[in-house]
Design a protein around this ligand. Sequence first.
Ligand code: HEC
Ligand code: HEC
Length: 222
Amino acid sequence: MLLPTVVIRSCPNGFSASVKFIAVFALFWSVAFSVAAADGKAIFSANCIACHGSKGEGNAQLGAPNIGGMEASYLARQLANFSSGIRGSAANDNYGAQMRAVVAVLKTDADRTAVANYVAGMPRAVSKNVIKADLANGSTQFNAVCSSCHGSHAQGNQQMGAPSLLGTDPQYVERQILAFRTGLRGVKPEDKTGALMRVGANMLPDVKSAHDVAAYITTIKP
Ligand code: HEC
Ligand code: HEC
């Protein structure tokens, strides 16, 4: 800030003032710009890697799903839902409670958008977790119940807010279906997309089918 002032001291006043203004403006602009650009990555590195991994690949042991490459709008909505308690605030939601504690570091929509965009920009992290199940029943249930919202290849439906399920950890998928069925997730009045998924989860005839359909989804090719 000192340097431009010294250099332009001998110039006529108007010129000096405008140069100073430009110098100060440029400085602010570059600071603001570099902070905004760095945010998502910096937030992720400092707060998320421990559980979700450096590539967003997830950690089945910790129950942290693979999130790399998911839709930015879906990720941002989930982060906002954890922040507001729409998701993760039920008394016995131990996994959700972990995320509720973490998202306290995301103070604004801008923080959530930045980290969501950063995670969405990662290559899709495909879960290597394999579970044994009745794949024939899984296929039947998927085509009867899930494909209408998540797409015939589980590719998702942006308009409906239904995320792609391709590559998602099957244990996590099963746990989420049960969370929607038991009302751990998707019951708050503001949770419109959660309410849709509750309908889907409750259309499955039994708990075994949640396991089977989760396993079947891992066999779907994009
Ligand atoms: C202490 C471990 C832990 C940390 C740290 C953590 N997460 Fe999570 N995260 C979890 C767990 C466990 C879940 C699953 C919650 C559930 O089952 O509902 C989860 C779920 C999520 C989801 C929902 C995924 C989906 O498919 O709906 C998103 C998005 C997410 N985390 C993003 C983040 C971001 C961004 C950070 C860093 C700011 C972060 N997490 C830090 C453990 C963690
Ligand atoms: C009526 C439409 C609809 C049907 C049917 C439906 N879903 Fe969903 N599903 C959604 C929407 C919308 C969401 C996003 C919920 C949110 O925003 O929290 C969702 C979310 C999910 C999630 C959470 C993803 C994550 O990363 O946490 C899983 C898992 C899931 N659905 C699996 C299924 C399976 C398996 C079926 C079939 C048994 C199914 N869904 C049927 C609309 C539907």
